[in-house]
Design a protein around this ligand. Structure first.
Ligand code: CP
Ligand code: NVA
Length: 299
């Protein structure tokens, strides 16, 4: 594995290897036998806000023996129009790896190509692979395996998180139901490209939740879409994980949220707090899953 640019670009074997390594990272935290990022400095290039991703990468890189340099796009020349290809060629000569949060997926791919250093997608408009790896780790811990499970995603079914989930379903073969109003369903071209019949798209939220092992949601208004807030809230209203929806899922079903959460919108306060232990473990797993990715990229 040279980069982590998307779930689309990973094989099932690579996903499983990351998840196995992530479990090891978690169980050996604070007493790792090796520090694979020793003498390395990684750049964190962020064009969007972040709490979990930024902190888990900064801490994870340090725990693996490396150093992290946080570069807000607004503070570097990238924010004033320097091309990503030039930024990549400069950073590629100075840092040992890059973690990038931005808008266009092509920027992460161009950065990887022009820099020649290991590059990690820390969220683009198209995918959020690090999130889905941590989610899969959480499901493994709580349910044993994703095999044969049903995951129901509720909300904006066309944004980065569900798209990465769709690729995970295509690679791993579990059933994924996307419950979203028509205007927020994944594009037909993407569904065709997935090459799987395991992804079911519907606007019938209640039916989609029936018998699910996992109910999952994400914000209605992704970063960069703030101007559409009022419209999105009107369109997506009702696509919410509430107590009645949880009752439709399997008894003991997991409720997951990538966070940040907007209570009273995509999830109720009651459901979030009832599932807080799982949801904050899911957030913690970002650290372990990403340490696994970092270690595999420098192998
Ligand atoms: N889930 C997630 O990526 O959170 P941040 O935006 O806080 O990094
Ligand atoms: N879909 C959300 C994910 C936040 C972690 C966004 O892009 O803002």
């Amino acid at each position: 594995m040279k980069n982590l640019l998307s779930i689309e670009s990973l094989s099932a074997a690579e996903i499983c290897r990351i998840l196995e390594f992530a479990a090891e990272m978690k169980s050996t935290r604070g007493r790792h036998a090796t520090h694979p990022l020793r003498h390395q400095c990684w750049g964190l290039l962020f064009s969007k806000s972040s709490t979990r991703t930024r902190v888990s990468f900064e801490v994870g890189i340090r725990e693996l023996g490396g150093d992290a340099l946080f570069l807000s796009a607004n503070d570097i020349q990238l924010g004033r129009g320097e091309p990503i290809s030039d930024t990549a060629r400069v950073l590629g000569r100075m840092v040992h790896g890059a973690v990038i949060r931005t808008f266009a997926q092509s920027d992460v791919e161009d950065f990887a190509r022009y820099s020649g250093i290991p590059t990690i997608n820390a969220l683009t408009d198209d995918e959020h692979p690090c999130q889905i790896l941590a989610d899969l780790q959480t499901i493994r811990e709580r349910l044993g395996s994703i095999d044969g499970k049903i995951v129901t995603f509720v909300g904006d079914g066309a944004c980065n998180v569900p798209v990465s989930w769709m690729w995970a379903s295509a690679k791993l073969g579990f059933e994924l139901r996307i419950a979203a109003p028509k205007a927020y369903q994944p594009a037909p071209e993407l569904l065709a490209r997935l090459g799987t019949n395991r992804v079911i798209v519907t606007d019938d939220l209640a039916t989609a939740a029936e018998g699910a092992d996992v109910l999952y949601t994400d914000v209605w208004v992704s970063m960069g879409k703030e101007e559409e807030t009022a419209y999105r809230e009107a369109q997506l209203g009702g696509y919410c994980i509430d107590a009645a929806l949880v009752k439709r899922a399997k008894p003991g079903a997991l409720v997951l949220h990538c966070l940040p959460a907007y209570r009273g919108k995509e999830i109720t306060e009651e459901v979030l707090e009832a599932n807080a232990e799982t949801i904050f473990t899911q957030a913690e797993n970002r650290l372990h899953a990403q340490k696994a990715v970092l270690s595999l990229l420098v192998k």
